[in-house]
Ligand binder design. Structure first.
Ligand code: OKS
Ligand code: ZN
Length: 349
């Protein structure tokens, strides 16, 4: 399979995130990417390429232009407030929730950050925009490659920052541009009438769900830790099934913390059955490997060999497939687990 990797990923390097009243080192760091690259060097899965420029018209069709402008300009505005800010990351401190107006556009910079951020764990740094934009380009180019006549059956967008928590006009959960949603939209525009996004990350893909919630042309399926106890808490429940044209086109499969391979693979089968039933002609896999037993922030119990089986099961869908990197934080194992998925897929494809 073709592998698009993000040459600018290390420019997004958050220093700290808010956790239980203190600032702690960011889990989502450039080393994650390096571990996957190293594992791919040991066990190559196909040619490596870097992306072209991101198609900003496509980005602005998935995300609100006002939000894209905010991301693009945030760092310059931050440093203009005070040159000393260059040594600090942007984190929000006030949000328009709980009886406050969402329809106003305060000039104050902190107020603007709060309009677009939904958590205090996703720092914006000097290079966040460049990294996110190049990451989006990886996902778009991966989708366009598999859509091309004579193109590869599958491609992998190896990128960070991840994307599945980012929605039309919000960021959080370490995500800024929704790479998986951009891949799905690129596949739609390349001519696949129906596309499915299967999100196997430990966390619910709330951004992807929100982007496609009222659309009947993109099926969204997510297997994840039950939001009653797991991030992002306020979305990802089984009763969220889509609305309007998208009614019936969202499937959430929440699983309790402590879920092991048997129950997890049963849910995967259920998700794949829904994909088959949907008539989707192409598949995007939001590939988080934070389902690993050793992951520091998650509570499922998959082991490294299970990831070969994930790839093999996904291959049975028989669809052109774009894998997009999402979460996974046990850095020593993340590379092995990602490459296991790709190898399992290719052996079965
Ligand atoms: C609170 C913990 C935030 C968890 C974010 C989860 C990111 C992830 N500071 N999403 O798939 O892996
Ligand atoms: Zn995750």
């Amino acid at each position: 399979m073709l592998i698009l990797h993000n040459p600018l990923q290390s420019r997004h390097a958050g220093r700290q995130e808010m956790f239980r009243g203190r600032l702690v080192d960011c889990h989502e760091n450039p080393g994650r990417f390096d571990h996957v690259m190293a594992a791919l060097e040991r066990r190559p899965q196909g040619p490596l390429a870097t992306p072209g420029a991101a198609d900003m018209a496509l980005v602005r069709s998935v995300h609100a232009p006002e939000y894209v402008d905010f991301l693009q300009n945030a760092w310059a505005q931050w440093v203009a407030l005070d040159a000393a800010n260059a040594a600090l990351d942007i984190l929000p401190s006030v949000w328009p929730g709980h009886g406050l107006r969402r329809d106003v556009r305060p000039a104050n910079f902190s107020a603007q950050v709060g309009r677009f951020a939904f958590d205090s764990g996703s720092p914006i740094t000097a290079g966040t925009w460049e990294a996110a934009q190049a990451g989006a380009a990886c996902a778009i180019d991966a989708a366009r490659a598999v859509a091309q006549p004579g193109g590869p059956r599958a491609a992998f967008a190896l990128t960070r920052p991840p994307g599945h928590h980012a929605g039309t006009d919000f960021y959080g959960g370490y995500c800024f541009l929704n790479n998986s949603a951009l891949a799905a939209q690129a596949l739609r525009e390349a001519g696949f009438a129906r596309v499915a996004v299967l999100d196997v990350d430990y966390h619910h893909g709330n951004g992807t769900q929100q982007i496609f919630y009222a659309r009947g042309d993109v099926l969204t399926v997510s297997l994840h830790g039950d939001p009653l106890t797991e991030y992002p808490f306020y979305l990802g429940y089984a009763d969220e099934t889509g609305e309007g044209d998208g009614a019936g086109w969202n499937l959430n499969l929440p699983l309790p913390a402590g879920t092991g391979p048997d129950a997890w693979f049963a849910a995967l089968q259920q998700g794949l059955a829904r994909v088959a039933q949907s008539g989707a002609q192409a598949l995007v896999v939001a590939l988080g490997v934070d389902t690993f037993a050793g992951d520091p922030i998650s509570k499922f119990l998959l082991q490294s060999p299970d990831y070969l089986r994930i790839g093999q099961q996904i291959a049975t869908a028989g669809l052109p497939t774009v894998f997009v990197m999402e979460g996974g934080y046990a850095v020593e194992d993340i590379g092995v687990n990602v490459v296991n998925v790709l190898e399992g897929f290719q052996r079965a494809a």
